[in-house]
Design a protein around this ligand. Structure first.
Ligand SMILES: [Zn+2]
Length: 117
């Protein structure tokens, strides 16, 4: 199952998409932006492990941060936290599933099980 209900900003004038929240569109300058929830396959484009965090997140290290792409919206790429467990390790190209937001921003977990057929 692909990620569901990922909140993203959409420009009502030119249909550009953004993450995170913006107050005006980079493409057309419009301030008519809305939050829409989108479904889609989300893949890891790049990633890193944070071992020296900002002070406020010191008790959470190490944690993984990834640049993810939402395939259904070309060009939309954003940073998020990815939760990993056990032998399921973070890798470029792996699919992730949206689980919500927290103080660090968007949160995903690695997709488990067999691929969709
Ligand atoms: Zn626009």
């Amino acid at each position: 199952m692909a990620s569901k209900n990922i909140p993203v900003m959409r420009c009502q004038k030119c249909n550009s998409y953004y993450v995170p929240v913006k107050y005006s569109c980079n493409s057309c300058g419009s301030r008519e932006l809305e939050i829409v929830k989108v479904d889609g396959t989300t893949l890891i484009y790049s990633h890193t492990t944070i071992r020296i965090p900002p002070e406020v997140y010191r008790d959470q290290v190490p944690y993984d941060i990834a640049l993810v792409i939402l395939q259904e919206i070309p060009g939309l790429m954003f940073t998020s936290r990815v939760m990993c467990s056990g032998e399921n390790k973070i890798e470029i190209g792996k699919e992730v599933v949206f689980t919500g937001t927290d103080e660090l921003g968007y949160r995903f977990e690695l997709k488990r099980g067999m691929p969709d057929v």
